[in-house]
Design a protein around this ligand. Structure first.
Ligand code: T4K
Length: 372
């Protein structure tokens, strides 16, 4: 390790501490700490406006939001999903007693390949759960067409897709539901947090009941709900973050462009595109370490780590390789050649608003040197 402070794959953007004091004062004054308090209500409204969506229900994290989204639509049986994601995607299915059916990804977007979905549909299939991986939009039209033909629900894991727009509107407007994560490592964070985006007020009401134990009023419980509520501290922080998020994403965009310029001439390194979106959020900067590069991906990861640069192999191992999934017939590697290939070569380089250009230049220079 070098003597310099390590550079991690990401670092949360934190506004000046004193800017948070007035928010804390308000919480201290009115003594409402959770259960749909004033900041919770404000943030739901502000996020709807910011994201260009009609209805949004805040959650204490993205995983509980995924679990609840499946409950809200009463999804059962089998759900088609991607092996190339964070493990929470498939875990949300297991927590609902649903069998995940893994389908391979598209070689350009690393998102669920619509051309392979139909072959995985059985009489037990009730839904599709695709992921807008790294914030790159799925082929939403093709997925919806299949869902319509087979009467399936679509729940997008949009954990990475805050603010992403394609074809003139928010990517979160597709499918039956979309789920965001506001974890500390995300483009927009509330320390921990998440949200479900839904198209109508009735569904939002059901989701709101489900995240509050199923309570409708003091004496009425309509469903075996969970406690998925976001606290006032998290919601207040979200209100403050929202003032800075556009600037933070713009800075991420500068870093993205700088990496692309610096790595363009490095043979064997390809920067994963962010095609298909008019507005990208630059939430990750994945590169592929191809076979002509002198070092294997894991060796490059080690070299960077020794220099204090902690890149991450998102998403390796594939979800389908973890013990609770690998016995499934759809988890066999022969069924998932593209995801397997990508997972062995991908490396996500550091990207976050406070990363200096000089650090980006140093990271690119180390990679270029390894490529000689
Ligand atoms: N679906 C998808 C597609 C997801 O990617 C995720 C989460 C979810 C669903 C579930 O949403 P949540 O329930 O989490 O809201 C991280 C995050 O914990 C996880 O939220 C995220 N995806 C996943 C891709 O990455 P780890 O285990 O890699 O995090 P960790 O702690 O190693 O953090 C990465 C780096 O970030 C650290 O090296 C340092 C830096 N960091 C991290 C934290 C937590 C900070 O600087 N400050 C911090 O507070 O999973």
């Amino acid at each position: 390790m070098s003597n310099q402070k390590p550079i991690y794959v990401t670092q949360p953007y934190l506004p000046p501490l004193e800017d948070f004091y007035p928010y804390l004062q308000k919480i201290w004054d009115n003594k409402i700490l959770t259960n749909g308090g004033p900041f919770h209500q404000q943030l739901e409204k502000a996020l709807c406006e910011h994201l260009g969506v009609e209805h949004l229900a805040l959650f204490s994290n993205g995983t509980l939001a995924l679990v609840t989204a499946l409950q809200a639509l009463r999804v059962t049986g089998e759900v088609i999903t991607t092996p190339y994601s964070f493990v929470a995607t498939a875990h949300s299915l297991l927590w609902n007693g649903i069998k995940p059916v893994f389908v391979d990804v598209d070689p350009n977007t690393f998102n669920l390949d619509p051309a392979q979905i139909e072959a995985a549909i059985t009489p037990h299939t009730t839904a599709i759960m695709p992921v807008h991986c790294y914030g790159n939009p799925c082929n939403v039209e093709a997925i919806q067409k299949i869902a319509d033909n087979y009467n399936l629900r679509v729940i997008y894991d949009a954990a990475h897709a805050f603010g992403v727009r394609a074809n003139g509107s928010s990517i979160l407007r597709h499918g039956d539901l979309s789920v965001l994560s506001f974890h500390a490592t995300k483009v927009f964070n509330t320390f921990e947090g998440g949200a479900i985006i839904c198209p109508d007020a009735k569904t939002k009401q059901r989701i709101d009941h489900l995240k509050n134990f199923g309570f409708v009023d003091e004496l009425t419980v309509v469903a075996p709900g969970i406690n998925g509520k976001m606290s006032e501290i998290n919601a207040a922080f979200g209100m403050l973050q929202l003032e800075h998020v556009d600037k933070a994403i713009a800075r991420r965009g500068e870093i993205d462009r700088l990496y692309r310029d610096l790595l363009a001439e490095v043979p064997g390194i390809s920067c994963v595109g962010n095609a298909g979106q008019e507005v990208s959020n630059h939430s990750y900067f994945p590169v592929l370490v191809n076979d002509e590069f002198p070092l294997k991906r894991d060796a490059l990861y080690q070299v960077l780590k020794e220099q204090g640069i902690v890149a991450r192999r998102y998403f390796y191992p594939l979800i389908s390789d973890f013990p609770m999934y690998r016995g499934l017939p759809s988890a066999h590697r022969e069924n998932l050649p593209v995801a397997t290939w990508v997972a062995q070569r991908v490396l996500c380089l550091p990207i976050y608003p406070n990363l200096d250009n000089s650090d980006v230049e140093r990271i690119a220079a180390i990679i270029a040197e390894c490529g000689k």
